[in-house]
Write a new protein. Sequence first.
Length: 155
Amino acid sequence: MVVKNPGLLDNVTTAAPQIVASVGFSLVFLFFLLASGDLFYQKPREGDADLVGQEACTEHCAMRSERELSRYLFTITLINVTLGLTIGTLLWWVGMPTPIIFGALATPVELHSLYRRADGMFLVGVIALAEFGSLSNALAPVLVYLACTTVKGNS
């Protein structure tokens, strides 16, 4: 009797709902935390009056953390939108079909994917190979994607 181990597809389909739920919960929590504004900081003040000094310090630190997190998320989003525009433009330049779609897909792939560069290169490579029919012609769009993400990663 031979026992067959589950394949990669079985493992991915088993783990995917938990991963999607965790990421979704984190994003919703982050949204409400950032959208709550000063309410999040004012709630502790309604408690014990002996902790006024500590509450002021805690409030200051929490507000500073929120500003830094907001600035970080804005900067990362701006960088990845610029990357998407650059990739779309350069893929248009090398003759890739529907470069706008690849530029638009580059932003969320770079923001959320664990294997960012590899996922984007694979997607561009598969479509380029189907479009151009030869490996040598399909290599140019993949190298464009690699170059753009390498410049982004090193800056």
